[in-house]
Ligand binder design. Structure first.
Ligand code: ZN
Length: 544
């Protein structure tokens, strides 16, 4: 396998000097993912956006207003993989951020790779690659078709830099929590490029983290100005109340490196880096289209802590808007207006804090799993004389190896289905047999699209709308929020295209997240990647 890939790379290298260009493709495509961005943020925050950030995409680009995720679970790894492969986890194999992996007998991270090493730090945060990604990305397809094209991926999160830029990436860079550097792995290269070293030497994190996070605008610009001290927000950095300013200058250096990633300054830091990548990697200066993938992780890190209806998230987006404007202005200058295409979307959205929903007489709540799992194990022993439950992770039920393939397996699976179906917090329970069978039921289809026989459990359940799974009932478990469900609060995300040959228009046709890659295929003039199932978003090609 390794020999083959070396040969492939050699071939790519050999033909990369040939000069040719596509018919009508842009010089650069920039893919932007805003981690955890809900569709309605575009409208909630619109009055406070400047003219050149989100508004430029909304008013001068094509806005697909009805795009949803078509599978569960709606997590970061699966989201980025689905955007860039044009298919669902059932094909690309990224079924969660972490899952129980039977061949290793332990939990794995979706981008971990113990066979590679960190480049740019002595830490282990770089032991990553797209090893678990079973499909080609649109960026892989670009490199296969046009070897002179360059693909670069950047993000704070490893998975959000790695999965979009694919297997043939010319450089995927993510944040090292041990040093504050951008790092990569030996999967990509043996040493950091000089420009990345120079960027790291600026020590921007220590500069940014010592500047307190205050409100950007006048207090009249914020809806939640009176609710800063909210009971639904988590506490960070040793604070006793979740209120502005967020000043981490007194935190230990180690704590600062992690607290930094919740601050809007981390979006600035990533934009700084993306702009450096653009010029130093000569993006837009090659014979064929280059591709830069940027994923802003901080809106998700902060979103988990503060929830969508918080003063912190308002300010987060007002500031992110400025970073987008800076990026677009740089693209205008370096690539040229009308010479590039930008698209922006999200890897999932988010549910309002369930306790907030409950307190406002809306449906929602929590599934406290620890006690439930203990009771399940006891019931299993009472029925079969033995505990056959291995673990429950991401609402997937993994049975012990001993029972898999045995004569008793169908009875044990049926037992767990019956027992878990009794939990009032649970909406549906599906067995692997059901998930491998064709169905017209919407929820079952969505779960089946997120199912992989090697990586998923023997049963998968979904919770009722507005519910989140938690380990146990503590005061902290009622603060902050998460995502992962099949419901619209998690699945409805922004999708905007802007740039070369793209008309200003709002499109209401329903599309699915897998349609983005199927559309990029025609912007880039490449074949559909191996497992892409999406359909092109035809309205985008109106002028062509
Ligand atoms: Zn995410």
């Amino acid at each position: 396998m390794k020999v083959l890939s070396v040969l492939l790379l050699l071939c790519l290298g050999l033909i990369s000097n040939q000069s040719f260009s596509q018919k009508n493709a842009p010089k650069v495509v920039v893919g932007i993912v805003v981690d955890q961005m809900c569709y309605d943020y575009l409208y909630r925050f619109y009055p406070q956006f400047g003219k050149d950030g989100f508004k430029r995409l909304m008013d001068k680009g094509t806005h697909f207003r009805n795009v949803t995720y078509n599978y569960v679970p709606t997590f970061t790894g699966p989201g980025h993989a689905s955007i860039y492969t044009g298919t669902t986890p059932s094909n690309h194999g990224i079924v969660a951020n972490e899952w129980f992996y039977r061949p290793f007998g332990r939990e794995v991270n979706c981008v971990e790779d113990t066979t590679v090493s960190t480049v740019g730090s002595a830490s282990s945060y770089g032991k990553c690659s797209p090893y678990f990604l079973r499909s080609n990305t649109i960026t892989d397809q670009l490199k296969l078709t046009y070897p002179s094209s360059k693909v670069i991926g950047v993000s704070i999160k490893d998975r959000s830099a790695i999965l979009p830029a694919g297997h043939l990436s010319d450089g995927s860079y993510w944040y090292d929590y041990a040093t504050g550097n951008f790092i990569t792995s030996t999967f990509y290269k043996k040493q950091l490029p000089q420009w990345v070293n120079r960027f790291n030497e600026l020590l921007l994190v220590s500069k940014y983290v010592n500047q307190p996070w205050n409100l950007l605008k006048d207090s009249a610009c914020y809806t939640y100005i009176q609710q800063d001290n909210s009971p639904y927000e988590g506490l960070v950095g040793g604070k006793t109340s979740p209120v502005f300013p967020y000043d981490f200058s007194k935190a230990t250096p180690a704590d600062q490196l992690s607290l930094f990633t919740i601050m809007p300054a981390a979006n600035t830091f990533l934009t700084d880096f993306a702009i450096q990548a653009l010029s130093n990697e000569q993006l837009g200066k090659h014979a064929t289209t280059d591709f830069l993938t940027i994923s802003y992780s901080t809106p998700d890190i902060a979103g988990h802590t503060f929830g969508p209806y918080s003063l912190e998230m308002e300010d987060m987006y007002f500031r992110l808007d400025q970073e987008l404007a800076r990026l677009f202005q740089t693209l205008d200058k370096q690539i040229g207006k009308g010479e590039y295409v930008v698209f922006l979307t999200a890897d999932h959205a988010v549910v309002p804090v369930p306790q907030f929903l409950k307190d406002h007489q809306l449906p929602g709540g929590y599934l406290f799993l620890k006690d439930k799992i203990d009771a399940l194990r006891t019931a299993c022993v009472a029925t079969f004389g033995k505990d056959y439950l291995n673990t429950i992770e991401n609402d997937n039920v993994y049975l012990t190896n001993e029972i898999l393939g045995s004569e008793l397996e169908p009875q044990v699976i049926s037992f767990f289905k019956t027992e878990i179906s009794k939990w009032t917090e649970v909406k549906r329970v599906y067995t692997k047999g059901e998930l491998e069978t064709q169905t017209t039921e919407n929820w079952q289809q969505m779960v089946a699209s997120g199912y992989d026989k090697e990586r998923s459990g023997e049963l998968i359940f979904i919770l009722q709308p507005g519910y989140l799974p938690k380990s146990s009932d503590t005061p902290g478990s009622h603060k902050g929020t998460s995502h992962g469900s099949a419901f619209n609060y998690d699945t409805h995300v922004p999708v905007l295209f802007y740039g070369k040959d793209i008309l200003p228009q709002d499109v209401f046709t329903p599309y699915e997240i897998v349609d983005i890659t199927a559309t990029l295929v025609h912007i880039l003039e490449v074949q559909r990647p191996n497992t892409t199932i999406g359909k092109p978003m035809l309205e985008l090609f109106k002028t062509r």
